[in-house]
Design a protein around this ligand. Sequence first.
Ligand SMILES: NC(=O)C1=CN([C@@H]2O[C@H](COP(=O)(O)OP(=O)(O)OC[C@H]3O[C@@H](n4cnc5c(N)ncnc54)[C@H](OP(=O)(O)O)[C@@H]3O)[C@@H](O)[C@H]2O)[C@@H](O)CC1
Ligand SMILES: Nc1ncnc2c1ncn2[C@@H]1O[C@H](COP(=O)(O)OP(=O)(O)O)[C@@H](O)[C@H]1O
Ligand SMILES: [K+]
Length: 502
Amino acid sequence: MKRILTAAQMKQADRNTIETMGVPSLVLMERAALSCVEELQNGTWDTGKVLAVCGPGNNGGDGAAIARILKTKGVDAELFCLGNPEKYSEGMRAQKKIAENYGVREVKNPDFREYTVIIDAIFGIGVSRPLAGEYRRAVEAICASGVPVLAVDIPSGIHTDTGEVLDAAVKARATVTFACAKPGLLFDPGKRYAGEVLVRDIGIGFDAGEEETPWYGSVEKEDLDRFLTRTPMGNKGTFGKVLVLAGSGAMCGAAVLCARAVLASGAGMVKVVTEERNRTPLFCALPEAMADFWKEDEPLPEEALLQDLAWADAVVAGPGLSKSRTAKELLVFTVQHTEVPLVLDADALNLIAEDAEILSGCRAEKILTPHVGELARLLHMTIAECQRDPAGSAGRAAEKYQACCVRKDSVTVTAEEGREQYYINTSGSSALATAGSGDVLAGITGAFAAKRQCEKNEKKISLAKTAALAAYAHGKAGEAAEEKSSASYVTASEIIRGLQSI
Ligand SMILES: NC(=O)C1=CN([C@@H]2O[C@H](COP(=O)(O)OP(=O)(O)OC[C@H]3O[C@@H](n4cnc5c(N)ncnc54)[C@H](OP(=O)(O)O)[C@@H]3O)[C@@H](O)[C@H]2O)[C@@H](O)CC1
Ligand SMILES: Nc1ncnc2c1ncn2[C@@H]1O[C@H](COP(=O)(O)OP(=O)(O)O)[C@@H](O)[C@H]1O
Ligand SMILES: [K+]
């Protein structure tokens, strides 16, 4: 589990380290600069001629220190400083003076194309408004030069907390960021501007407590072990039983993919409730599944459904379900009679978006897994509005539907109701953007929710973390599938096979 800090939290951590712990600001800056120099000297950068472009704040101070340290190592490093010197921060003023003392040359009107590396030290976490004037011109010229850029802390022009481009931003090959990642380095579009993100410890202590809000974190490979390893004495009944309500007459594939993903994620058993016309294709495609069937425009098999719901450790409803009258009746019946975690996906979400009353009286813990289009429908907002604020829109849906919300996108965010707590997913790629991929995620989520349900109370993690782990596993499985071919050729079935290699 990795903690991610917002600009305000990072500033507070800086302040604590300086004021409470007594570490001088210039010491932190020196360590920040050294960590950037170490990256530049790892053999993958051509440090023939380096230009540090420095802004008026402490990010600029880091840049001046980097140029000076490089100079002492024999590198031809120069400074280009922006902003009014009278408004420089103390750190920038001090570092610029030290650089001068070491004979680092300051250039006034550089041709960026003359350099082999540009250090972007214009703005860091202190960027406060869209870039204009000389700052914007410098950023545009850096981008136009095509010279590889190392960004210090965050690419200049990227909003630290949302990843938005503040009118213009530097596109870096890599970003060395201090203490921990920032949301803007992980959310799109900031993620694409940051390049490789290298988190470096520079001695800033931060309280990793969970109380502080907003709380951001990302799960890691080690966190997955709890769901991917099995106890030797277990049996198929103790590894999680998942009920999948999926597939209308025309959509058997969604049910098959979802149920297959359940089993490939280590659940012990899966039972599919699907439309009668899927009987033969379902058993041919997935002989491991048990099944019950409903018929369009006929009464629901309520007795069988009640038994299925009582049997399950988790329920997934929605993939390929359709929005027919009978499908809606099935969803309403399920919502009213489920007591174990309920994963709502695809058509279940579309039905709920049209009629939020479906969820009234629901006693189960819920996980909603909307893509941005479905989220927009659930919130009655536009897609653009939901895209602008990834965490906020996920959080709004979590609050509105009293659920945990997995907002699926190129960067998936999981929000928990009742607290501003967000998990930003760091795995996956465009290989996941393929038909049926969401059905696979719903299956993985159902399997993990069922496994959690089988755990002893004192060992249980939150449902939101469970859902975040499912999104992470889904991304890792996509990466594994991509390694075998390329992003363009990965299918949902290959994502399921990829689960074996995570
Ligand atoms: N604290 C420490 O000791 C450590 C800090 N460290 C480093 O410091 C960075 C944070 O430094 P910081 O807080 O000084 O903010 P920074 O990003 O340099 O920018 C602030 C300046 O820019 C200005 N400004 C902002 N936006 C603007 C705009 N659009 N257009 C024009 N001007 C704009 C703003 O002016 P103002 O908004 O006040 O008018 C102010 O002058 C951090 O990312 C890390 O790299 C590390 O060395 C570790 C130790
Ligand atoms: N560019 C991308 N990078 C990473 N993940 C992506 C990208 N595009 C889509 N995804 C992921 O792929 C999945 C697609 O789900 P969904 O849209 O529900 O697919 P479907 O309806 O076809 O099953 C989501 O988990 C989403 O986060
Ligand atoms: K920067």
